[in-house]
Design a binder for this molecule. Structure first.
Ligand code: ADP
Length: 297
């Protein structure tokens, strides 16, 4: 999505971002040349779309899965800091190009199914798609997993993107069923499934039946388990100056996957995800400058 940062009718800074996009950028950085990230989405044929794509290429993403849909536009959001210092988001994405990604007989993502080692998608990927697109995405994930690739689902739950919570619950349950790895933000799991306490949400996440599960709980230790192994509790970093929690979970996912894809243990990968996320929340913006994280790579 395009980002406009600034007050209404003031000067606004233009940028771009989005949850899976942030993860793709951080994954490329953490992969240090050993991991290539393709980003599958759709843009229009307008000037902003073309400029976005040019910048994404500079970020190091492989873009040959991006569709260009004439007449559609990228989604847009505005961030404004209110009088209390809270960030407020406004979105214009109801008719975004990305929503129409699957409105074609076979997408480039599906056509090249034999090429992918891993596929990462989130609750927001599902939320923005119409029902047909959700079905296509989940069928693709299932087929990919059958071929031996790793399917990773990140449970970003944004209630405002779902007209009906029952539909969201059903869609997330289907996503957990096709995933080998679930990255769970405990708060989101609680909100979606209506648990009375965070402890109940964590217990339910531990019981999901997904092969590998990571449960993130903000500053509290992160829980991780793979297969029939034990649960590990991995401390987060102490961050004394949290300035912007945007992309905490997105960067965690990238850090975690960058290590898992290179054969590190789930505990090591969690520790690295926690270190990267701690660095990201100590800086402004979703994508922090590369030199602010260079010592971690
Ligand atoms: P999300 O961004 O997905 O809502 P969380 O708030 O659980 O997720 O945060 C994701 C990760 O960011 C955590 O697992 C942790 O590594 C890091 N993190 C978030 N808040 C803090 C904090 N206050 N101190 C240290 N690390 C944090």
């Amino acid at each position: 999505m395009l980002e406009l940062n600034g007050a209404a009718f003031g000067a606004m800074q233009q940028s771009y971002g989005g949850d899976t996009f942030n993860t793709a950028v951080y994954l490329t950085r953490c992969g240090a040349g050993a991991i290539k990230a393709w980003y599958a989405t759709a843009l229009g044929d307008d000037a902003l779309s073309l400029e976005l794509e040019r910048r994404w290429a500079q970020d190091g993403l492989a873009l040959d899965l991006v569709r260009h849909i004439p007449g559609r536009m990228p989604g847009l959001y505005q961030i404004q800091v209110d009088a209390q210092g809270e960030r407020r988001f406004s979105f214009w994405r109801d008719n975004s190009a990305a929503k129409a990604y699957f409105e074609i007989a076979e997408t480039p993502l599906e056509a090249r199914i034999g090429e992918w080692d891993a596929f990462y998608f989130s609750g927001i990927s599902l939320a923005i798609l119409p029902a047909d697109g959700q079905n296509r995405l989940l069928a693709f994930a299932q087929a990919l997993r059958k071929r031996g690739a790793t399917v990773v689902f990140d449970n970003n739950y944004r209630p405002s993107l779902w007209p009906d919570i029952a539909v969201a619950r059903d869609c997330f349950s289907r996503a957990f069923a096709v995933a080998d790895t679930a990255l769970i933000t405990a708060d989101d799991h609680q909100a979606l499934f209506g648990f009375d306490s965070l402890a109940l949400a964590v217990a339910a996440a531990q019981d999901l039946g997904v092969f590998e599960v990571v449960i993130k709980r903000g500053a509290a230790p992160t829980l991780v388990r793979s297969g029939s192994g034990p649960w590990h509790s991995v401390p987060t970093q102490t961050v004394t100056n949290v300035v912007d929690t945007t992309a905490a979970g997105d960067s965690f996912a990238a850090g975690y996957l960058s290590r898992r894809l290179r054969g590190n243990t789930p505990e090591d990968a969690t520790q690295f995800g926690n270190r990267l996320a701690a660095r990201v929340i100590a800086h402004h913006g979703a994508i922090i400058p590369l030199d602010a994280m260079a010592d971690l790579l």
